[in-house]
Design a protein. Sequence first.
Length: 324
Amino acid sequence: MCTAVTYEGMNFYFGRNLDLDVSFNEKVTITPRQFEFRFRNEAAIKSHWAMIGMAAVIDNYPLYYDAMNEKGLCMAGLNFPGNACYLSRKEGMENIAPFEFIPFILGNCSSVEEAVAVLKNTILINEPFNDLLPLAPLHWIISDQKRSIVVEPMSHGLKIFDNPVGVLTNNPTFDYHLTNLNNYLNLTSAPPNNRFSGKVDLSVSSIGMGSIGLPGDLSSPSRFVRAAFTKANATEETDEGSEVAQFFHILDAVAFTKGCAVNEDGREELTIYSACMNTQKGIYYYKTYSNNQISAVYLNRADLDGSKLETFELITSQQIRDIN
Ligand SMILES: C[C@H](CCC(=O)NCCS(=O)(=O)O)[C@H]1CC[C@H]2[C@@H]3[C@H](O)C[C@@H]4C[C@H](O)CC[C@]4(C)[C@H]3C[C@H](O)[C@]12C
């Protein structure tokens, strides 16, 4: 499972937990403006917005999981098994393979508004990257500072939802998660009042009792509610370090501790990495399951007019500062 969130503070932040049982040797990857993006069914784009994100680079192609471009447009793919539906080629449409979707949108668009216009004429087709990497059943969150949307590939084409809470998890479909949130409207970060009954003498005995009923489990609907509550109540900080700390705390609230959720194949799901992108400064922060230290990769320190991918190996060994 996975969780993605947006966060409006001093700057606009976007990020995700990547929860999985395997790694594909992903690295922080910068694609500069002149790297040629070839598409299976559409013309190549030789010049586009530069982007940074997490990707498995195979045959010199960045298979992005999540990324932002130099204009602050961000996108992440999350598992959507059993629901994602990829179609056959259709004349007159932009026929994009799922693995091409992030480069296609972030390469061409500078805002959600532009992305929505492009999406109206786009379908996702059932073409895998190669025989060893089958189609990934995903849905996507696309956000900028002004607006966030969710894109779900269905049998009739792409379904686009506005995302007023700036959160995405996994199944079921996004409209379910939004409706389900209504069940929790009574939760509060404040000390609760006794609304149980005027005839029963009840009192607050501990801090946090306003959020009793917030689901604590790791299922996708529960992570959606927990991430939405944590994000909505997390206070805005006043410096970059504290903002980034706040963002990672939101992601930590929905992270998987290894061993706590086992998939149908008996393998343990864990939060392989957590990422936070400062979309205005072009910084990609991340930490991994075994390394709690935050690392930062700067888009603007790369040669953005170049034509070669730049990759940064993840630092996965624990970094502990010895004090004495
Ligand atoms: C599984 C990842 C999403 C995280 C998630 O939601 N996990 C839930 C697992 S489960 O349902 O609970 O079992 C997704 C996000 C991006 C995906 C990757 C990207 O789409 C890029 C390529 C695309 C190729 O078709 C498959 C390999 C791949 C490298 C994908 C592997 C995998 O499907 C990734 C890593």
